[in-house]
Design a protein around this ligand. Structure first.
Ligand SMILES: Nc1ncnc2c1ncn2[C@@H]1O[C@H](COP(=O)(O)OP(=O)(O)O)[C@@H](O)[C@H]1O
Ligand SMILES: [Mg+2]
Length: 1038
């Protein structure tokens, strides 16, 4: 569909501003025609929308279409009524101001449809909440109810609005519709009692008869046939093919429940409506006195029942009139004409006021009762709202016979045209002048002159009419016409038959007057003007209605009206005043315009009646509008506001511009790159010629918003971060301070403790020698403790370790005891660890010690070497020898060198010690046996030689002393001593010794020290034994 629209758009231009020839009416019409043929019924003149009634359903009103137009720049999409609605809505949201959309055009041009489309658009596209859905539904459903009661089929339009309607839709700050208010203007009451040929009464009558349930009709005393009711058949077209009264009835019934009507309300409402129908069927006859009497009794009974008024009082009120003569009230019977008049007046009054009640009731249900949080409250929400007003008012009307209603309607259109002129053409041109923008004025027809003709005080037609109505004496419609001729006869836009020239005279009747409206000539028939303007309801009828038990009538007819002796305002004056206040309401808002055009008189789709349309184009002032638009500027804004909105687009103006706003704007647009032909700078405003320029700026602004938001966000986050950092830092510092304090306190405590301890230590040290007392107690204990713990690690590990930790003075005694214990312990342990062999060995060593200790060189060095059991094994000994000493146990064997006693010749021998004797063995021979029992002694030197002499008794027959040298002198001598059990037999000699050679013969051995050990026979015949001096050559073993 969208694509199709765009494709078709090639046919004709979508904005008349783009026409080559903007002054040519023909080109204008041509464009309109081309587009209309392609079903492109919408065309712009700048921001004004021209709409041509298609008289057929078109497919561009879907929800999808609404979404397409939502939030899109005005000229980006093909012209559409949704674009107008969306634009008004968006500007309202952005600038927080009130708007109205004025929909104008003649009857049947599509105004009501347009207003419905706009309402639907808002209902679908505006944000809403679940609670606000109710408001939305009520806004939408108030329409069918109002249309049922206020619309009727006319010759021009099958659904013609017979009242003016201005509806405010209220939006909250979020742009959600939260309520509404309707103002209604001059419902055409004459239609209740009379319809022209081909027209109908208000829809609701037919809907009621067609659609109502049987029960309801029975209760209302009605029959399901409009033909039965006089008020419904005067136009002779109760049934219309384009209208489905039955289904419309259903919609209305459903709407009632949504817009808060109770069953009682509905009962009363239809009671009033039915009573109108019954009133219409009341017939009169003349009695013999020429007074009217009611012929049909059943009708009046129904009325009495439905309105809850007494039958006879009603009857009287419908046939008599109360006349006040001085202070008296006289009841005067009516003639048949006046009786019909009274009946019709009652019907019109009931319907008219019921309609007003209906509007008020709907307003009650549309009133915004949601508070800020969207919750329904009992009181009205008084927070700031912005509104979009929709004005759908009856269009300019010209019928064959035009009466007071058409006069009012056309006057209304005259006023709206004046508003449009004020707000666009005139205001625009004046603004250019005021702002000092070069400008060539566009001539246009200002219809103020016609408005004045109608409404001027004392001089205008309404004043003259009122005067005639109020003046005493016989005033008639004709006398009113004469007054008009007299007072406004010379007005250029006024004409009567008398004033007309020869040619035009024919077309004007004697009872007519003609007004030259901005939209064309209309000839009004003055007949009925006075009556309709007075709208008199006889006092006694009013009294009856005041007493009605019908809730609605009770609310509509106030007894106070009866007390008010002043004449009520006439209908025309009321209308004039309400129009004036409407204009005031509109002037305070930003306008958008929709100009509706009716393409033909036959409601035919596709038919483009050139003459008819040219006429409308002319009187709607579209050509003038186009010319002003072409010459003018699409957009203007005060420097301050423009700068405020777009200042973020230029670095020099963002975020603040400190100079004059005008200079700021100049700087700004220079930065954006406006071309000279695109704008003009006025005194207080900037004027932008083309919408596209503005839209480009707006788009740039939209984009920059994101940037700004990001920047603001970043700043904000930065601030938050910094704040958090500061907080954390402060906290850290506090913690640190606390921690440091704690540490310092701890340290100080430690120091104090240390000082105390040191002091005590020193005191203790000073007093250490005193007996234990408080001053030295700790020190002493400390010393003890340290010494003991140290000692623990330095206890000697074996018996030979003589190291012992030096004790402090006070512990000397303890230390000695400990040392003793420790030694004992070590010894005990050592002893326990000693084996029998080892013990034997040690015993030998003990013996050796007794023998050699301090006596012979080399002994100390030998201590560490344990004694061997033997130096030779039995295998080394000749078995013969062993055989020889068989009876004895061999204890020790060692190789020795034996020196002859005479020549001192050295011979290798073995020394074998048994338990009883020592044997010197040479191979298989025992050379010498020395019984221990006979052992005289053993001599050794004090030097480190290995020489030993075993002394035998002198009487020994066989041999003398044995001179032996062995490698293990200490071992061998010790063993020998022990075996012989002669420990004290050893003699350590120094220098020399004597030995026994044989009986009576002795030899000498001399011991000396020298470099090398040697044994030799010295010249003196002594055996000289040289040993190294161990005291100087300590390293030399034995
Ligand atoms: N946009 C439209 N699309 C289809 N039909 C339309 C459109 N506008 C008007 N009409 C037809 O024209 C008739 C008269 O329109 P309406 O709005 O009642 O006229 P107005 O309120 O100006 O007297 C409607 O009943 C409808 O049939
Ligand atoms: Mg209408």
């Amino acid at each position: 569909m969208e694509g199709a629209l765009i494709a078709r758009d090639r046919v004709g231009v979508q904005d008349f501003v783009l026409l080559d020839s903007h002054t040519s009416e023909a080109a204008f019409l041509d464009n309109l025609r081309k587009r209309y043929r392609e079903n492109l019924i919408y065309t712009y003149i700048g921001t004004l929308l021209v709409s041509v009634n298609p008289y057929k359903e078109l497919d561009f009103y879907s929800v999808k279409q609404m979404e397409i137009y939502q939030g899109v720049n005005f000229f980006e999409l093909p012209p559409h009524i949704y674009a107008i609605a969306d634009n008004a809505y968006r500007v309202m949201c952005a600038e927080c101001n009130d708007h109205f959309i004025l929909i104008s055009g003649e009857s049947g041009a599509g105004k009501t449809e347009a207003s419905k489309k706009i309402l639907q658009y808002f209902a679908v596209t505006c944000p809403t909440t679940e609670q606000l859905q109710v408001v939305r539904d009520r806004l939408l459903l108030s329409n069918p109810v109002l249309e049922a009661f206020g619309n009727a089929k006319t010759l021009r339009n099958d659904n013609s609005s017979r009242f003016g309607k201005y509806m405010d839709i209220q939006f909250d700050f979020k742009g959600a519709p939260v309520g509404g208010h309707i103002l209604s203007y001059l419902i055409e009451r004459s239609r209740v009692v009379h319809q022209n040929n081909g027209e109908r009464n208000f829809h609701i009558f037919y809907q009621l008869l067609e659609g109502a349930e049987d029960d309801l009709l029975r209760w209302l005393g009605l029959e399901r046939n409009p033909q039965k009711y006089m008020y419904l058949i005067q136009g002779r077209c109760a049934k219309v093919s384009s209208i489905n009264d039955k289904s419309d009835w259903k919609i209305v019934r459903k709407a009632f429940s949504v817009i808060d009507f109770t069953e009682t309300d509905i009962e009363h409402l239809f009671g009033a409506i039915a009573s109108v129908l019954h009133l219409g069927n009341i017939q009169y006859e003349e009695d013999s006195n020429g007074h009217a009497i009611i012929t049909n009794g059943s009708q009046i009974k129904w009325i009495s029942k439905l309105l809850g008024v007494h039958l006879s009082i009603l009857q009287e009120a419908l046939t008599h009139r109360k006349i006040e003569a001085r202070s008296e009230e006289v009841l005067s019977p009516l003639n048949i004409d006046l009786a019909f008049y009274a009946r019709d007046a009652a019907a019109k009054a009931i319907y008219g006021r019921t309609f007003t009640w209906l509007v008020n009731k709907i307003n009650g249900s549309l009133a915004n009762k949601f508070n800020m949080k969207g919750i329904l409250s009992s009181s009205l929400d008084l927070t700031r709202k912005t509104v979009i007003g929709l004005l759908d008012i009856y269009g300019f009307e010209v019928f064959e016979t035009n009466s007071f209603e058409q006069f009012c309607i056309n006057y209304c259109n005259e006023k709206l045209q004046q508003l449009l002129i004020e707000m666009t053409l005139k205001a625009e041109q004046e603004e250019y002048e005021l702002e000092g923008i070069e400008w060539e004025p566009i001539p246009y027809f200002n219809n103020k002159i016609i408005c004045d003709l109608v409404e001027e005080k004392h001089k205008g037609i309404i004043s003259i009419l009122d005067e005639e109505c109020l003046r005493p004496g016989e005033a008639t419609d004709l006398s009113f016409l004469e007054k008009l001729e007299e007072k406004v006869g010379d007005h250029a836009h006024f004409l009567t038959r008398k004033l007309a020239d020869q040619k035009t005279r024919k077309s004007i009747d004697w009872v007519d007057f003609r007004l030259l409206h901005y939209a064309g000539e209309v000839t009004y028939c003055a007949v009925g003007f006075l009556e309709k303007n007075n709208d008199l309801l006889y006092r006694n009828l009013k009294e009856v209605l005041c007493k009605s038990k019908n809730g609605i009538l009770k609310e509509c007819f106030f007894p106070s009206e009866l007390d008010n002796r002043r004449r009520p305002e006439t209908v025309a004056t009321q209308f004039k005043n309400s129009l004036a206040s409407l204009i005031e309401i509109l002037m305070s808002k930003e306008p958008s315009y929709i100009r509706c055009i009716k393409p033909n008189d036959g409601k035919e789709p596709g038919k483009f009646d050139d003459v008819l349309i040219r006429h409308q184009v002319k009187y709607l002032g579209l050509m003038e509008h186009l010319r002003v638009r072409r010459a003018g500027f699409a957009y203007r804004r005060k420097y301050e506001l423009f700068l405020q909105r777009y200042k973020s687009l230029c670095p020099a103006t963002w975020p603040y511009w400190h100079g004059a706003a005008a200079n700021g704007v100049e700087r700004l647009i220079k930065h954006i790159g406006y071309k000279p032909e695109e704008y003009k700078l006025g005194r207080t405003k900037i004027f932008i010629r083309f919408p596209r320029t503005l839209f480009a700026t707006e788009d740039a602004f939209e984009r920059s918003k994101h940037l700004l938001v990001t920047r603001i966000q970043a700043r904000y986050k930065g601030c938050l971060g910094k704040r958090e950092y500061k907080k954390q830092r402060e906290a850290a510092i506090k913690l640190e301070a606390c921690w440091r304090g704690a540490l310092a306190r701890k340290e100080a405590k430690k120091r104090i403790w240390a000082v105390e301890t040191i002091k005590r230590f020193i005191k203790g040290f000073i007093n250490r020698k005193n007996p234990l007392c408080p001053e030295n107690d700790e020190f002493v204990r400390f010393v003890q403790y340290t010494y003991l713990t140290k000692l623990r690690d330095h206890v000697p590990k074996n018996v030979l370790d003589k190291n012992w930790l030096k004790p402090p003075a006070i512990l000397e005694e303890t230390s000695a005891m400990l040392k003793k214990i420790c030694m004992r312990n070590l010894v005990r342990k050592y002893c326990q660890g000693i084996t029998a062999e080892k013990k034997a060995q040690l015993q030998q060593k003990v013996v050796a010690s007794a023998i050699f200790r301090g006596k012979k060189d080399g002994y100390l060095q030998s201590i560490s070497q344990p004694f061997a059991d033997t130096q030779l094994s039995e295998r080394d000994i000749n078995p013969k020898v062993l055989q020889l000493i068989r009876g004895e146990k061999v204890k020790y064997m060692t190789p020795v060198i034996k020196y002859d006693r005479n020549g001192f010749k050295a011979r290798e021998r073995q020394l074998v010690l048994t338990q009883s004797a020592a044997y010197v063995v040479e191979m298989a021979k025992i050379k010498q046996k020395i019984d221990y029992a006979t052992l005289k002694g053993i001599s050794i030197s004090n030097l480190s030689d290995g020489l030993l002499v075993i002394h035998v008794p002198e009487d020994n027959k066989q041999k003398g002393d044995a001179i032996l040298q062995c490698g293990h002198i200490f071992e061998t001598v010790t063993k020998l001593c022990m075996l012989a059990n002669r420990q004290n037999a050893v003699q350590v000699v120094q220098g020399s010794l004597q030995f026994h050679i044989s009986s009576g013969k002795e030899g000498t051995i001399t011991f000396t020290t020298g470099q090398e050990p040697q044994i030799y026979k010295a010249k003196n015949g002594h055996l000289t034994v040289v040993s190294p001096d161990l005291r100087t050559r300590i390293l030399n073993p034995i």
